[in-house]
Write a protein that binds this ligand. Structure first.
Ligand code: DC
Length: 230
């Protein structure tokens, strides 16, 4: 792709895509693009306007008013801006996860965000994570990984993550949200969550983060012929 490499990592919520993609990007010198954060930013905007997030015309009418930008801070961390405001923390609230899943089912929203994602991959070597990166956004990616884990394992990891950020949460509620999103993200008509035919399936239920990281690094080395940078 334009002299750049693209690695697509798709899979359900909480499979560890973000942390693994971030670590692999740092190891191989790629830019990490978290596309869920972009959908979350649209979800937050719809939530703040108190819109019916399943009403495509209401959400579509909001889109032209949204200036969504992404930048990377000195630590290489992706930050999201909505009309100039840094919303990187606000988009992580559990209620915004549901809003993001709702708006992401709308074709108007997907079309609105497609170019932005493709431009990132055109301009950089990227590891991009999401739901439809290997199938729709970057079908020519050199390596596609479909990363999954059981819903229970994903809920446990999410609870831990939220607690580390000082947010209190209830395991059963997190598991319910994960199941709601799995169902909705996999069954929507527009770009549903599914593995590309040529994706490598990786189930991390029984792996810890280091084991999953080692596996992904070996896939990158084998498929792209690259070595991790020191
Ligand atoms: O990866 P995440 O949990 O931050 O994503 C939030 C929601 O956005 C998720 O429920 C599905 C949606 N999403 C999507 O439809 N397509 C993507 N490429 C990324 C996320």
């Amino acid at each position: 792709m334009n002299g750049h490499y693209a690695i697509a990592i798709d899979g359900p919520s909480g499979a560890g895509k973000s942390s693994l993609a971030r670590d692999c990007a740092a190891a191989f010198g790629f830019l990490y693009v978290d596309t869920g954060a972009i959908y979350r930013t649209v979800g937050l905007a719809a939530y703040r306007r108190d819109l019916d997030r399943r009403d495509e015309s209401a959400v579509a009418a909001l889109l032209p008013e949204l200036d969504i930008r992404m930048s990377y801070n000195a630590e290489g961390e992706q930050r999201m801006f909505l009309n100039g405001e840094d919303v990187s923390e606000a988009i992580r609230a559990p209620e915004i996860s549901i809003c993001a899943s709702d708006v992401s089912a709308l074709p108007a929203v997907r079309a609105f965000l497609l170019e932005m994602q493709r431009r990132m991959a055109w301009e950089n070597s990227v590891i991009m994570d999401g739901r439809d990166i290997g199938t729709v956004v970057l079908p020519e990616a050199e390596l596609k990984i479909f990363l999954t884990a059981s819903a229970e394992a994903r809920a446990e990891r999410r609870v831990k993550q939220l607690e580390e950020k000082g947010l209190t949460c209830d395991y059963e509620e997190v598991l319910r949200d994960i199941r709601y999103r799995d169902e909705q993200d996999s069954h929507r008509a527009a770009a549903p969550l599914k593995a590309a035919e040529d994706a490598v399936l990786v189930d991390t239920t029984a792996f810890d983060r280091n084991e999953s990281f080692a596996l992904l690094c070996s896939l990158i080395r084998e498929r792209l012929g690259l070595e991790a940078q020191a």
